[in-house]
Design a binder for this molecule. Structure first.
Ligand SMILES: NC(=O)C1=CN([C@@H]2O[C@H](COP(=O)(O)OP(=O)(O)OC[C@H]3O[C@@H](n4cnc5c(N)ncnc54)[C@H](OP(=O)(O)O)[C@@H]3O)[C@@H](O)[C@H]2O)C=CC1
Ligand SMILES: O=C(O)[C@@H]1CCC=N1
Length: 275
């Protein structure tokens, strides 16, 4: 694929995607990015050797694919600013913004555009990302494979067939890394209270998380079976699991993810619509 990709906004997620594309052999001359910050633009040049622009419209002039990678709160204004250039060039539009619906993006950009809404996550930085994708009705098969190619450069990609499912992906894998970081923080803190020094607690927590994740990926056993394998009858794990269950860990997780899902929809209602 040698389409010219233009990233609008070059923050954390855009840089992860750019890094992944370059690492997978995508040519630097086919990637451009915009950012208002001079410092960010210089960093793009030195880190990735790609061309960058302060002016979104100037950058978009020759783009085949545009990736909207700004915060949801400013997406409407950015779309208004670039709508005539986008209408003139009719590129494939990818959005990574949380919550904001394809219909709103399409309307802000002037209408009738092929738009793929995606939800990546920060492990994209180390090519271990997970991304959900949803295509609106104007996206053709070639454009679907272009969108998938871009997001696959940073890890796993999965298509969903309704846009609401992207909000579920957001609650699961988009926000998910933070849930694991919180759980690991809590385990480290508890281990220190049980007498381990900070470094030992940190290293054992990290290696345990990595080992558990690799076992789920590689053992062909489901999570419940892997858990059962650790849990000796009347042993230590059983005691810990009984504690988690008595404190309704599953309900807590379901509640947290439902709140994240609803927040994605609220963001769309607050920032989208005609108001
Ligand atoms: N962080 C995460 O875990 C995930 C984030 N997302 C989504 O990705 C998007 C980007 O998030 P993230 O990378 O974390 O955010 P960042 O703030 O790191 O990146 C956004 C970038 O856009 C720049 N920017 C601001 N205004 C403009 C403009 N008018 N034109 C062009 N660029 C502009 C910002 O510059 P400056 O800083 O100078 O203002 C910043 O560099 C969000 O919509 C978020 O919902 C999706 C999945 C996961
Ligand atoms: O917290 C957020 O809104 C963004 C979307 C998913 C991860 N970070």
């Amino acid at each position: 694929m040698n389409a010219k990709i233009c990233f609008i906004g070059a923050g954390n997620m855009a840089k992860s995607l750019i890094g992944g594309l370059l690492a997978s052999g995508y040519e630097a001359k086919n990637i451009i990015a915009t950012d208002p910050s001079e410092e960010q633009r210089q960093a793009l040049g030195s880190q990735f050797a790609i061309e960058s622009f302060a002016d979104n419209n100037e950058a978009l002039m020759h783009a085949d694919i545009v990736v909207l990678a700004v915060k949801p709160q400013i997406l409407r204004n950015v779309c208004a600013e670039i709508s005539s250039t986008v209408q003139a060039g009719s590129p494939l539009v990818l959005s990574i913004a949380a919550g904001i619906r394809t219909d709103d993006i399409d309307r802000w950009l002037g209408g009738n555009l092929p738009i793929v809404r995606t939800m990546p996550n920060t492990p994209a930085l180390i090519q271990t990302g997970a991304t959900g994708l949803f295509a609106n009705a104007r996206v053709n098969d070639e454009q679907k494979s272009q969108a998938e190619h871009i997001m696959r450069a940073t890890g796993l990609t999965l298509w969903v067939d309704t846009e609401a499912k992207i909000d579920a992906v957001t609650a699961l894998s988009g926000s998910g890394p933070a849930y694991y970081f919180l759980f690991m923080e809590a385990m480290e803190n508890a281990a220190e209270k049980l007498g381990l020094d900070h470094k030992t607690a940190h290293l054992l927590t990290m290696q345990t998380a990595l080992g558990a994740a690799k076992m789920v990926m590689e053992s062909h056993q489901d999570c419940a079976q892997l858990r059962a394998n650790v849990t000796s009858p009347n042993g230590t794990t059983q005691k810990a699991i009984e504690h988690f269950e008595s404190k309704q860990l599953r309900e807590i997780v379901e509640g947290a993810m439902t709140d994240a899902y609803q927040r994605a929809q609220e963001l769309a209602d607050e920032l989208g619509g005609d108001a």
